[in-house]
Design a protein around this ligand. Structure first.
Ligand code: 13P
Length: 243
C-alpha cells in the first residue's frame, strides 16, 4: 500500500518563535485529518528541537532539509544523522533543486546523503525534476531517469519517498498541470523496484489546487513550499477533499 505523505518544506523561513506560532494555529485542524495521511514539517535546523518538544505525542512528524553522509567530522555548515535523530527527526529532504542549483549538490552527493539518511533510520524524500529549458528541449524523461538511476544506487526502496518537483513550477504559481504531473510520476514509478514507494508532487501546491492534484491516481502526496508557511493554508492542504 502506498502511503499518502503531505510535507511542508519551510526552506529558510521561520524562527523558533514563528514556528511555535504556526503550530498554535495549525494543530487543531488535524482533528479532521484522516488517520492514514502522514503529515511532515521540514523546518530549519534551528527550529527542530523546540518543535520536537511541542509535537511530542502528536501525529506530525519532523523533517530536516539536509544531512551529511559522515557521522561526524570537519564539515563546516553541515549536519549529521545522529544530530537529527537525537531530537526526534524522522524525515529528511535530499536533492532539492535549490540545493542542486545553488549549493553544488550532484547526483553523487545526493546518493551519499540518501544512504546516510537510511543508515540512521530516517526516511529520505528524494527530489527530482527538470528546468523549463530541459522540458522545452524534450529532456524531462531522460533527465529524471538519470537523477533516479544515479541517486538510487544501493538505496533501500522500502524506506523512501520521492518528490517530483518540476523546477519551473516551484515558487512561480505556475503549477504543473495535474495530468502531466500524474504522467511523469507514473514514469518515475516504472523505474522503481518497489511499487509501494510514495511519490509526491511539488511546485506551487496551494489550497485551491490540492484536491485536483490528489485526485490523480499516481500522486501520493505533496511537498509544499510557500503554502506550508501559513497554518490555515497548510491545514487546508493536509485536509484535502477526495473527489
Ligand atoms: P512552492 O510550493 O513554494 O512552489 O515550493 C515547492 C517546493 O520547492 C517544495 O519543496
Amino acid at each position: 500500500m502506498r502511503k499518502i505523505v503531505i510535507a511542508g518544506n519551510w526552506k529558510m523561513y521561520k524562527t523558533q518563535t514563528e514556528s511555535l506560532e504556526f503550530l498554535q494555529g495549525f494543530m487543531s485542524h488535524l482533528e479532521e485529518t484522516p488517520d492514514e495521511r502522514e503529515v511532515v514539517l521540514a523546518a530549519p535546523f534551528t527550529a527542530l528541537s523546540i518543535m520536537s518538544k511541542n509535537l511530542h505525542g502528536s501525529r506530525v512528524q519532523l523533517g530536516a532539509q539536509n544531512i551529511h553522509w559522515e557521522e561526524m567530522g570537519a564539515y563546516t555548515g553541515e549536519i549529521a544523522g545522529p544530530m537529527l535523530t537525537e531530537i526526534g527527526v524522522r524525515f529528511v529532504i535530499v536533492g532539492h533543486s535549490e540545493r542542486r542549483q545553488y549549493f553544488g549538490e550532484t547526483d553523487e552527493t545526493v546518493n551519499l546523503r540518501l544512504k546516510a539518511a537510511q543508515r540512521y533510520g530516517l526516511t529520505p524524500i528524494l527530489c527530482v525534476g527538470e528546468t523549463k529549458q530541459q522540458r522545452d528541449a524534450g529532456e524531462t524523461e531522460s533527465l529524471i531517469s538519470t537523477q533516479l538511476k544515479k541517486g538510487l544506487v544501493d538505496v533501500d526502496q522500502e524506506n523512501l519517498v520521492i518528490a517530483y518537483e518540476p523546477i519551473w513550477a516551484i515558487g512561480t504559481g505556475d503549477t504543473c498541470e495535474s495530468k502531466e504531473a500524474n504522467r511523469v510520476i507514473g514514469l518515475i514509478r516504472t523505474q522503481l523496484i518497489n511499487p509501494n514507494v510514495s511519490i509526491q508532487y511539488g511546485g506551487s501546491v496551494k489550497p485551491n489546487n490540492i484536491d485536483e492534484i490528489m485526485a490523480q491516481p499516481e500522486i501520493d502526496g505533496a511537498l509544499v513550499g510557500g503554502a506550508s508557511l501559513e497554518a490555515a493554508s497548510f491545514a487546508r492542504i493536509v485536509n484535502f477533499q477526495k473527489g
